[in-house]
Design a protein around this ligand. Structure first.
Ligand code: SF4
Ligand code: SF4
Length: 102
Protein backbone atom coordinates (compact mmCIF):
# COMPACT_ATOMS: atom_id res chain seq x y z
CA UNK A 1 0.00 0.00 0.00
CA UNK A 2 1.32 3.41 -0.97
CA UNK A 3 1.41 6.00 1.80
CA UNK A 4 -0.15 9.39 1.08
CA UNK A 5 2.10 12.40 0.85
CA UNK A 6 1.47 15.30 3.23
CA UNK A 7 -0.20 17.37 0.53
CA UNK A 8 -2.81 14.63 0.00
CA UNK A 9 -3.80 14.38 3.66
CA UNK A 10 -7.03 16.01 4.89
CA UNK A 11 -6.49 19.22 6.81
CA UNK A 12 -6.84 18.52 10.53
CA UNK A 13 -7.69 20.66 13.53
CA UNK A 14 -5.29 23.35 14.64
CA UNK A 15 -4.56 24.63 18.11
CA UNK A 16 -4.13 28.35 17.70
CA UNK A 17 -2.80 29.01 21.19
CA UNK A 18 -1.27 26.82 23.84
CA UNK A 19 -2.89 26.28 27.24
CA UNK A 20 -6.50 26.63 26.11
CA UNK A 21 -7.79 23.25 27.37
CA UNK A 22 -9.79 24.95 30.10
CA UNK A 23 -12.07 26.46 27.44
CA UNK A 24 -13.20 23.02 26.29
CA UNK A 25 -15.63 21.41 28.67
CA UNK A 26 -15.14 17.68 28.29
CA UNK A 27 -17.36 16.57 31.17
CA UNK A 28 -20.10 15.42 28.79
CA UNK A 29 -17.78 12.67 27.49
CA UNK A 30 -18.08 10.88 30.81
CA UNK A 31 -19.90 7.58 31.29
CA UNK A 32 -18.66 7.13 34.87
CA UNK A 33 -18.40 9.87 37.49
CA UNK A 34 -15.84 9.87 40.31
CA UNK A 35 -17.50 10.28 43.68
CA UNK A 36 -15.11 11.12 46.53
CA UNK A 37 -15.89 10.38 50.14
CA UNK A 38 -14.46 13.24 52.19
CA UNK A 39 -14.71 11.17 55.38
CA UNK A 40 -12.39 8.52 53.96
CA UNK A 41 -10.00 10.83 52.06
CA UNK A 42 -6.54 11.19 53.68
CA UNK A 43 -5.51 13.99 51.23
CA UNK A 44 -2.47 12.12 49.96
CA UNK A 45 -3.03 13.96 46.61
CA UNK A 46 -2.31 10.87 44.49
CA UNK A 47 -5.51 11.59 42.56
CA UNK A 48 -4.56 15.23 42.04
CA UNK A 49 -1.12 14.43 40.67
CA UNK A 50 -2.46 11.68 38.38
CA UNK A 51 -5.57 13.30 36.90
CA UNK A 52 -4.88 13.95 33.20
CA UNK A 53 -7.48 16.74 33.13
CA UNK A 54 -6.40 18.64 36.26
CA UNK A 55 -9.95 18.11 37.47
CA UNK A 56 -9.09 17.42 41.11
CA UNK A 57 -9.33 20.72 42.95
CA UNK A 58 -7.00 21.32 45.88
CA UNK A 59 -6.93 24.13 48.40
CA UNK A 60 -4.39 24.48 51.21
CA UNK A 61 -3.05 20.99 50.48
CA UNK A 62 -6.43 19.28 50.66
CA UNK A 63 -8.77 17.95 47.99
CA UNK A 64 -11.88 20.12 48.00
CA UNK A 65 -13.73 19.24 44.81
CA UNK A 66 -13.77 17.51 41.44
CA UNK A 67 -14.34 19.74 38.42
CA UNK A 68 -17.08 17.82 36.62
CA UNK A 69 -17.02 20.26 33.68
CA UNK A 70 -13.63 18.88 32.72
CA UNK A 71 -13.46 15.39 34.28
CA UNK A 72 -13.75 12.81 31.47
CA UNK A 73 -14.39 9.94 33.87
CA UNK A 74 -11.25 7.98 33.04
CA UNK A 75 -11.13 6.49 36.56
CA UNK A 76 -7.42 7.03 37.11
CA UNK A 77 -8.11 8.89 40.37
CA UNK A 78 -10.04 5.91 41.72
CA UNK A 79 -7.27 3.54 40.66
CA UNK A 80 -4.49 5.49 42.35
CA UNK A 81 -6.39 6.17 45.54
CA UNK A 82 -4.73 3.89 48.12
CA UNK A 83 -6.67 0.59 48.27
CA UNK A 84 -6.93 0.74 52.05
CA UNK A 85 -8.54 4.19 51.76
CA UNK A 86 -10.71 3.67 48.66
CA UNK A 87 -12.14 7.18 48.87
CA UNK A 88 -13.19 7.45 45.21
CA UNK A 89 -15.85 5.32 43.64
CA UNK A 90 -16.71 5.45 39.94
CA UNK A 91 -20.49 5.62 39.56
CA UNK A 92 -22.36 5.32 36.26
CA UNK A 93 -23.54 8.73 35.00
CA UNK A 94 -26.93 7.15 34.30
CA UNK A 95 -27.44 6.90 38.07
CA UNK A 96 -27.27 10.70 38.39
CA UNK A 97 -29.61 11.21 35.42
CA UNK A 98 -32.14 8.91 37.14
CA UNK A 99 -31.85 10.87 40.42
CA UNK A 100 -32.14 14.28 38.69
CA UNK A 101 -35.24 13.21 36.75
CA UNK A 102 -37.11 12.17 39.94
S1 SF4 B 1 -12.02 10.34 36.48
FE1 SF4 B 1 -10.14 10.88 35.38
S2 SF4 B 1 -10.52 12.95 34.62
FE2 SF4 B 1 -12.02 12.58 36.22
S3 SF4 B 1 -11.11 13.38 38.09
FE3 SF4 B 1 -10.61 11.20 37.97
S4 SF4 B 1 -8.60 11.12 36.98
FE4 SF4 B 1 -9.47 13.16 36.59
S1 SF4 C 1 -6.05 9.62 46.23
FE1 SF4 C 1 -7.82 9.15 47.55
S2 SF4 C 1 -7.11 9.55 49.63
FE2 SF4 C 1 -5.63 10.48 48.25
S3 SF4 C 1 -6.34 12.61 48.08
FE3 SF4 C 1 -7.27 11.48 46.38
S4 SF4 C 1 -9.27 10.82 47.17
FE4 SF4 C 1 -8.05 11.43 48.92
Amino acid sequence: MKMKGWKELAIGGRIEEAGNAVEYETGSWRTFRPVRDDEKCIHCLQCWISCPDSAIKVKDGKVVDIDLNHCKGCGICAEVCPPKVHAIEMVEEAEFVKKESK
